[in-house]
Design a protein around this ligand. Structure first.
Ligand SMILES: Nc1ncnc2c1ncn2[C@@H]1O[C@H](COP(=O)(O)OP(=O)(O)O)[C@@H](O)[C@H]1O
Ligand SMILES: CC(=O)N[C@@H](CCC(=O)OP(=O)(O)O)C(=O)O
Length: 301
């Protein structure tokens, strides 16, 4: 390709981004960075560059990260077998200390370190800092029959988000920092609760009335089996369809909290939520600043 042609394509790409930059200038975008999308160093670097770019063009990114696979690996090394119910980790006291150590001590610091060493300004915190995320103990109801009351399954020290103290986030943003939040909450007795990171991201996006919630994961989006048995990507769905996908068993395991997070965020006033493939290089920028749009978008009714 000729050099001048190459230059003009580059210029076109930048110009294509202009309406999106204008649209999202000054707006908050909550990004959930899932543990499965933290695959290798190159992808991690692409992720932090996207966050830094967003910040420099005037968007207000708030990062919530996961680290489920990293917690599981540490537990297995210690000889503890991980158990999940509806995508939530059953968390006893010993598991809780591993969760906090891995999420707050390792994963959070790695992301903050990467953003800062690439020219951004990030501050890491967990939901216990400044009482950012207040939680109660989550109960899971299992319905066993029409007539019978539901069985309540105890999954231990797992938190349900009750309140987000947005002042903590505003304080950091107003000083030019990108908040990077680990999904650990504080219960009424001051002890730590483990919270699914998707649900934290949904609650924070809702509390901030964010423009967008973007959930990065390891699949192209929400998939459904088509008649020929192939997995097909759902490009767009409304918040009304979320419960149906869960009830019909189309969305399972880790996809359940993602869809619930999208629903919660949209019901709280967030304009759009996206479930996208974090294994695609620069997935956030592709979603935010190009005409293409990737993954599944969830919109209001
Ligand atoms: N209908 C569905 N479409 C896509 N993925 C689904 C669906 N149902 C269940 N899943 C599972 O959800 C997983 C994503 O959730 P999770 O493993 O918690 O990822 P993360 O660590 O990124 O939060 C996928 O890898 C897939 O196995
Ligand atoms: C209660 C609960 O399940 N908490 C999650 C928190 C981390 C998380 O959500 O990480 P991903 O987003 O990478 O899956 C866990 O212990 O795995």
């Amino acid at each position: 390709m000729q050099a001048d042609k190459k230059m003009s394509i580059r210029a076109e790409v930048l110009i294509e981004a202009l309406p999106y930059i204008r649209k999202f200038y000054g707006k908050t975008v909550v990004i959930k960075y899932g543990g499965h999308a933290m695959v290798d160093d190159r992808l991690k670097e692409n992720f932090v560059l996207d966050i830094i770019l967003m910040k420099y063009i005037g968007i207000r990114p708030v990062v919530v990260h996961g680290g489920g696979p990293q917690i599981t690996k540490t537990l297995e090394r210690m000889g503890i077998k991980p158990t999940f119910v509806e995508g939530q980790r059953v968390t006893d006291d010993e598991t809780m200390s591993v969760v906090e150590m891995v999420l707050v001590g390792t994963v959070n610091k790695e992301i903050v370190g990467l953003i800062n060493s690439h020219g951004g300004r990030a501050v890491g915190l967990s939901g216990r800092d400044g009482d950012l995320i207040k939680t109660s103990r989550m109960k899971i109801y299992k319905y066993t029959g029409d007539e019978r009351p539901p069985e309540i399954i105890d999954i231990g020290r797992v938190g349900k988000v009750e309140e987000v103290n947005v002042e903590v986030i505003y304080a950091l943003e107003n000083s030019g920092f990108v908040p990077v939040i680990a999904p650990v909450g504080v219960g009424p007795d001051g002890t730590a609760h483990n919270i699914n990171a998707d649900l934290v991201a949904g609650a924070i996006a809702g509390a901030l009335k964010a423009e967008k919630l973007i959930l990065l994961t390891d699949v192209p989006g929400v998939m459904v089996k088509s008649e020929d048995g192939q997995d097909k990507l759902i490009h767009s769905m409304t918040v009304k369809e979320v419960d149906k996908l869960i009830e019909e068993g189309i969305a399972q395991g880790g996809m359940i909290p993602k869809l619930k997070a999208c629903k919660k965020a949209l019901n709280a006033g967030v304009k759009k939520a996206h479930i996208i493939d974090g294994r695609v290089e620069h997935a956030i920028i592709l979603e935010l600043l190009t005409d293409e749009g990737i993954g599944t978008e969830v919109v209001g009714e």
